[in-house]
Design a protein around this ligand. Structure first.
Ligand code: ATP
Length: 350
């Protein structure tokens, strides 16, 4: 186990800045998720921690020691990648035991530790097979077993679940999280899947265009996004973002005007509200009336959308409501969960 510190790390490819001066302290035993859209620099950040890419500037510290000059093999970390990286000609036991063989661990101890690691990920019965004779989920668990067999200081995982089908992903997510808790190993986990981030992370670091946008516990980020980008990236469907004008304690839009007494700002703004904080009411009884554009039964709720100017507004309504496409209904904002962002910078302003 070890804390990890990123000290203003930057990675440039020619003139392109892939990672722009990122500083981050990851605590001993923490599960930190790097989250962001494709190309935002998550993998590059992780590769710099791994030693696979060299920072253009800045320092990486593992266990309090600067590791910039150490090759990956000397950093005492284990990596799990999307494509698992298993050796096809080796058996599962050989695959799992490979890091121990490289480290010249004697055969008897190697066999014992391979068995233990395989039992932890429920693969004990498959040790003599080759990877080609395993399912995707089983291969994923082999990659995990190979990572834990050495009890490294640090796990680095880059989209390790993205090749699995939806159901398996959910169950592997839980297993992986459980395993990390049990082992207490500091983990950096890269994903663009916000559900994975929300469910697994102790803290989430949201990235965009090579920069950190916000770092915090999942609920903290969900409940109080630092800017409109983070607000729009988390949540499914994501937060509604509506251009409004605020003055004299009122929020004005061509289609509605609502009171927002606690809001001190004034001028153009972006109003944010999550779909679950809005409600569908009778026509004439809400903040604005609109036609139902779609109504989808989600099981535990009904997702109702309506057009507001050029935008589609989404509302997660109670599953007991019955509305149909084209019907005119009322939409109401939940007053206690209004978010405001600057139209210029996107930063939270209220
Ligand atoms: P994804 O989720 O798609 O893997 P990511 O957030 O992990 O994306 P990175 O792989 O870190 O993104 O890439 C960040 C940016 O750096 C991208 O625009 C990518 O094209 C660029 N990049 C990555 N590696 C190189 C390289 N070797 N040479 C030039 N540009 C690179």
């Amino acid at each position: 186990m070890a804390p990890v510190t990123l000290n203003s790390i930057t990675k440039r490819w020619g003139t392109f800045v892939a990672v722009d001066s990122i500083s981050l302290d990851i605590a001993d035993g923490e599960f930190l998720v790097l989250l962001g859209p494709s190309g935002c620099g998550k993998s590059t950040t992780m590769r710099m921690v791994a030693g696979l890419d060299e920072p253009t500037s800045g320092e990486v510290l593992i266990g309090g020691k600067v590791v910039n000059d150490l090759p990956p093999g000397a950093r005492d970390l284990a990596m799990v990648f999307q494509n698992y990286g298993l050796y096809p000609h080796m058996t599962i036991a050989q695959n799992i035991g490979y890091p121990l063989k490289v480290a010249r661990v004697p055969k008897a101890e190697r066999e014992r530790r391979v068995r233990e690691a395989a039992e932890r990920v429920e693969l004990a019965g498959l040790l003599d097979r080759k990877p080609s004779a395993l399912s995707g989920g089983q291969r994923q668990r082999v990659a995990l077993a190979r990572a834990i067999v050495r009890t490294p200081q640090l796990f680095l995982m880059d989209e390790p679940l993205s090749n699995l089908d939806a159901k398996l992903r959910v169950s592997m997510r839980a297993q992986l999280k459980h395993l990390q808790r049990e082992l207490g190993t500091t983990t950096i986990y890269v994903t663009h899947d916000q559900v994975e981030a929300m469910t697994m992370a102790d803290r989430v670091a949201v990235m965009r265009d090579g920069r950190l946008q916000q770092v915090g516990a999942p609920l903290e980020i969900y409940n109080r996004p630092a800017n409109a980008f983070v607000a729009g990236f988390l949540g499914n469907p994501s937060m509604n973002l509506i251009e409004v004008d605020v003055s004299d304690g009122r929020v004005r839009h061509p289609r509605f005007s609502i009171e927002a007494r606690d809001v001190r700002l004034s001028g153009p703004a972006i109003l944010g509200q999550r779909p679950e904080d809005m409600s569908v009411v009778n026509s004439g009884e809400g903040d604005f009336d609109g036609e139902v554009y779609t109504a989808e039964l989600l099981g535990d709720s009904v997702l109702v959308t309506t057009r507001l100017g050029d935008e589609l507004i989404a509302v997660k309504a109670d599953k007991s409501i019955s509305v149909s496409m084209g019907e005119k209904v009322g939409f109401r904002f939940g007053r206690s969960a209004l978010h405001f962002f600057s139209r210029e910078t996107g930063e939270r302003i209220g």
